[in-house]
Write a protein that binds this ligand. Structure first.
Ligand SMILES: *[C@@H]1O[C@H](CO)[C@@H](O)[C@H](O)[C@H]1NC(C)=O
Ligand SMILES: *[C@@H]1O[C@H](CO)[C@@H](O)[C@H](O)[C@H]1NC(C)=O
Ligand SMILES: *[C@@H]1O[C@H](CO)[C@@H](O)[C@H](O)[C@H]1NC(C)=O
Ligand SMILES: *[C@@H]1O[C@H](CO)[C@@H](O)[C@H](O)[C@H]1NC(C)=O
Ligand SMILES: *[C@@H]1O[C@H](CO)[C@@H](O)[C@H](O)[C@H]1NC(C)=O
Ligand SMILES: *[C@@H]1O[C@H](CO)[C@@H](O)[C@H](O)[C@H]1NC(C)=O
Length: 261
């Protein structure tokens, strides 16, 4: 009862939370020499420490942009954090209380013809990644994040579009690579899960896709082609696919997950 009262007090005594407050609370980490080999960490206001527990989890977010959109990056998660920090409990049970921390990952992008001039662009800014460089960057970011914050077995991995694709592939990689922290749940938002199928149904995506992924890798880059048994082995508490960009409603992870929309 006492906890409830103090929580209520905390909620009603909060002043409005602006985007500037959010960016001020962001810290950046670098896991490689490229300017996009970085990630941002956000610890919600009022959190005494960032250690996850039965009650709180980390949320790792991987942005989309089809490996080529320079205007989409780790900062794309900030409006979602702003919604969470508004702690608007009249909408749905706003769940920032369950979030120990948010990490938003950058990864190197592929060369989009005409966007960067390789002869004048500094090496560390040049984006010439080819699949699986993007995924390897995500894995390196997860390892680095886990070395700063103990997220192993205590985080939800999420992503939008190709970020969702990499969220699932990163989760699968934990089966074979124990240096990668294991997620407790995967959330895909409007994900790209089957490249060969997309190229069949939407041939206009062919060049865009081959701009980043060699044809021979399209299958292994597609979460949909991996057998269900591998996903079962992950022993996740939840897998969620969302098609509308609605803020992640973190769930009651103890004892089991209930996803809400
Ligand atoms: C991230 O995206 C924002 C918004 O498009 C942009 O202003 C910023 O320069 C980008 N940051 C990097 C490191 O590319
Ligand atoms: C809180 O959520 C409700 C329901 O979605 C909405 O009508 C209201 O405008 C929100 N309040 C704020 C301060 O965002
Ligand atoms: C919010 O949480 C309370 C307590 O867990 C629960 O009783 C209620 O049904 C929840 N409301 C919504 C809209 O999910
Ligand atoms: C893990 O390794 C096994 C055996 O080498 C391989 O068959 C499987 O495809 C790998 N799984 C992933 C997700 O990489
Ligand atoms: C796709 O790329 C090929 C070879 O690079 C080029 O010949 C073709 O015109 C491109 N198609 C479209 C629709 O841009
Ligand atoms: C992709 O194919 C090109 C040749 O078309 C090759 O030079 C390159 O090494 C391949 N990259 C990967 C990651 O397989």
């Amino acid at each position: 009862m006492r906890i409830r009262i103090s929580r209520l007090f905390l909620l009603t005594s909060l002043v409005p939370w602006t985007m500037a407050d959010i960016t001020n609370r962001m810290s950046s980490f670098s896991y490689g020499p490229n300017v996009l080999q970085t990630y941002d960490v956000y610890i919600p206001q009022g959190k005494q420490d960032e250690n996850p527990s039965c009650e709180t989890y980390w949320l790792v977010y991987i942005h989309g942009g089809y490996y080529r959109d320079f205007s989409v990056n780790s900062t794309s998660v900030q409006p979602s954090i702003e919604v969470l920090e508004s702690r608007n409990i009249t909408d749905f049970n706003n769940t920032i209380e369950k979030v120990a921390g948010v990490a938003s990952l950058n990864y190197r992008l592929s060369a989009l013809p005409g966007v960067q001039d390789p002869s004048t662009t500094p090496e560390n800014k040049l984006q010439t990644a080819r699949w699986p460089d993007h995924l390897n960057d995500v894995l390196a970011a997860l390892r680095d994040l886990n070395s700063h914050y103990p997220i192993d077995g205590q985080y939800v991995i999420s992503g939008h579009s190709v970020g969702a694709q990499m969220a699932f592939l990163a989760a699968l990689r934990t089966l074979n690579d124990t240096t990668i922290p294991k997620p407790v749940a995967v959330l895909g938002v409007s994900g790209i899960y089957d490249f060969p199928q997309i190229l069949r149904t939407n041939p206009e995506y062919t060049n865009l896709t081959l701009n980043a992924i060699n044809e021979t890798n399209l299958g292994s880059a597609s979460p949909a082609v991996y057998p269900g048994e591998l996903y079962e082995k992950l022993d996740l508490k939840a897998v969620a696919l969302q098609w509308l960009w609605r803020i992640v409603t973190m769930m009651d992870l103890c004892p089991g997950i209930k996803w809400r929309r």
